[in-house]
Design a protein around this ligand. Structure first.
Ligand code: F3S
Length: 641
């Protein structure tokens, strides 16, 4: 039987285990990336492990999330990351260089290599034929320390592409279509592998848009073959030497197949408030638009922004629309400035903002109350824009640009405007934004820790009896944004868990933090897909700080489940989902004989007041059991030293 491309790459990196769906394996990690909002924790953990020399081929620390520096806190974080990066042999990308995934694609991604990033959109690298996985910060710290990462082998879902996209239909519409078909849970436990004749009609930046939003499917990662288009992209970046051709075997067998005819797709939008709430622009109708935001790690490539510039050229942004554009990297911004595209944007009335995450993470440009905001980003969860009652629609750069001109949601296919074909350009090498580590001598490299950097909370060994009272009864699809908001108020405190914990779950229940402090030991009841969204481990560390012992939910998102285990918090799944309705705030739950029970696939919980018993599925791997018994990953590592 032939092999899938995903399994070929995994096989090349296999360190331990048998490569078959559901098995636990350890794989070699070639590259890591961190961004600033998760990065401070990663490097605090790396320091705590006492690592002498990182084991990856290349690791980069990016500053892209919180670049506003409205107070000393951001600057302290940046300085800490810069100093610790220098000490451990990690490249440091200064604020202003751009967004981590765009920069990794341009400068460091290599087909066939593995990348682990402390950001859920790390799979963007799959556009270059990498196995690029988003993970919790601790996993990334460990990958740097040990050069490996352990995971449960996912199934492989093939998306077979045929045909060719028509003008005004773009890669964003492809992934929105896939999201419409599979939903935000459709990729859980899977690698999405793109194949078929249609692949060669898509550029690397198109492919990267698609693999970027594979994160919204809940997929472990997504991957494209590496072909002549990959070679052309690498050549444009001055890195043709990194090219290697990669594809699945012709007779590869897949666990599932989804067929997509690119020629039949139309411009789409994800309606509020979920990336899979997708419909065609025509069906949604001509709603009035207040704000258009173009950029983010999904759609800020050179080709994306050149299309936007061409649409805006000689036109004017509608008087009622605020249009903001953030390029993905300093290289792209410099190229747009050189070739006049930037002038086309500015002359049309666009606001050019820094090449960083910016409004995607709610750092500025929050829309007005009740606004309709069209965004080329990847997430439209309620409140993520910073405005709770705003309606955010996720669209392609083409749809965003033409709608900014017309002032209404517009299907470009019927606009009568002709779109020229945009080709990738040659880029000049420029590493002026990169600080290189100096050798491996750490003796004269001090780590700089300002007053905003607080140690991360540590759990204790799992006791024989785990008790807690229900402090939250949450619904389905709770996001990590819901658990630990990351808006502009709080981003400066990403390295200060005691402060952040005061805001845990504040969007859902503003008394949560106080209730936890009163309860001492807490239990969270959750619905389906608990912890979806970003990889931020703060969503586990803040509950840990507040004394949460376990989360009992109908199902968990993959990265958040790992983050909970890393923190020594038990993620338990209802054996009978009907039990979900049985719980109320304040009710006590106890796990007796917990140290033995965690080794079993099913755990018995008891309501000590009524004596009623509940079954919960645990199914922890051997490694997870060791971590839970030790009270989290760092304790486990220390125990093994
Ligand atoms: Fe940044 Fe938004 Fe991507 S926060 S990394 S641009 S999802």
């Amino acid at each position: 039987m032939g092999k899938t491309l995903a399994y070929k790459i995994l096989e090349n990196h296999l360190v331990e285990g048998v490569l078959a769906p559901g098995n636990e394996i350890t794989m070699k990690i070639d590259q890591t990336l961190t961004q600033d909002s998760t990065g401070t924790m990663v490097y605090l953990q790396l320091e705590a492990m006492g690592v002498e020399k990182i084991k990856t081929e290349l690791s980069v620390a990016y500053i892209d999330h919180n670049t506003l520096q409205t107070g000393f806190e951001n600057a302290d974080d940046h300085e800490f990351i810069k100093s610790v990066a220098k000490r451990h042999g990690v490249l440091f990308s200064k604020p202003g260089n751009g967004i981590c995934h765009q920069l990794q694609l341009e400068n460091y991604g290599i087909p066939g290599k593995t990348l682990l990033g402390s950001d859920s959109h790390t799979p963007t690298g799959g556009g270059l034929g990498m196995i690029a996985i988003g993970a919790g910060g601790l996993d990334v710290a460990l990958a740097m320390a040990q050069g490996t990462y352990s995971l449960t082998v996912p199934k492989v879902l093939k998306v077979e592409l045929t045909g060719k996209l028509r003008p005004w239909v773009s890669a964003k519409d492809v992934i929105l279509y896939v999201l419409q078909q599979l939903t935000v849970k459709g990729g859980v436990g899977k690698i999405v592998e793109y194949a078929g004749e249609g692949v060669k009609t898509l550029s690397v930046t198109d492919r990267a848009t698609i693999t970027n939003m594979g994160a919204e499917l809940g997929a472990t990662t997504s991957v494209f073959p590496s072909d002549e288009n990959t070679k052309a992209y690498l050549a444009a970046q001055g890195r043709e030497k990194d090219y290697v051709a990669l594809s699945a075997d012709a007779d590869a067998e897949y666990d599932e197949v989804l067929k997509v005819d690119l020629s039949s797709l139309v411009p789409l939008a994800a309606k509020p408030h979920s990336p899979d709430n997708v419909d065609s622009i025509t069906n949604i109708g001509t709603i009035k638009v207040d704000q258009v935001a173009i950029g983010s790690c999904t759609n800020s490539s050179y080709t994306d922004l050149m299309k936007v510039a061409e649409i805006l050229k000689g036109k004017q942004v509608h008087p009622d629309v605020s249009l903001v554009i953030s390029p993905g990297s300093s290289k792209i911004l410099s190229k747009l400035a050189e070739n006049g595209a930037l002038a086309s944007m500015i002359n049309a009335g666009a606001r050019i903002i820094e090449n960083a995450c910016g409004p995607c993470i709610g750092m500025g440009q929050s829309p007005k109350s009740g606004a309709v905001s069209l965004r080329t980003f990847n997430r439209n969860f309620k409140g993520r824009s910073g405005t709770l009652d705003a309606d955010v629609y996720l669209v392609s750069p083409e749809t965003a640009a033409i709608s900014a001109v017309t002032g209404i949601l517009t299907d470009g296919m019927v606009s009568g405007v002709t779109l020229p074909e945009i080709k990738e350009e040659m880029f000049n090498f420029n590493d002026n934004f990169i600080v290189y580590p100096k050798g491996t001598d750490k003796s004269n490299t001090d780590v700089v820790m300002g007053p905003n950097i607080k140690p991360f909370p540590q759990n204790t060994k799992l006791p024989e009896i785990v008790t807690g009272s229900v402090v939250l009864h949450a619904g389905n699809n709770i996001t990590t944004d819901d658990i630990m908001p990351s808006d502009s108020r709080l981003l400066p405190y990403r390295s200060n868990i005691p402060f952040l914990a005061n805001y845990c779950f504040e969007k859902i229940d503003k008394d949560f933090s106080a209730r936890c402090k009163e309860a001492g030991a807490g239990v969270i009841i959750g619905g389906d897909n608990y912890g979806q969204g970003s990889s931020r481990e703060h969503a586990a560390l803040a509950p840990l700080y507040l004394g949460i012992k376990f989360v009992l939910a109908k199902s968990f998102a993959r990265i958040h489940r790992s983050n909970l285990i890393n923190s020594g918090i038990l993620p338990l799944v209802f054996d009978d989902p009907a039990d979900y309705d049985d719980f109320a705030l304040g009710q006590k739950l106890v796990i007796e004989n917990a140290r033995e029970q965690v080794k079993n696939p099913v755990i018995l919980l008891k309501n000590p007041e009524t004596g009623k018993e509940y079954k919960a599925i645990s199914k922890f791997s051997e490694q997870e059991i060791e971590m839970i018994l030790a009270g989290g990953r760092i304790n486990q590592i220390k125990d093994n030293e």
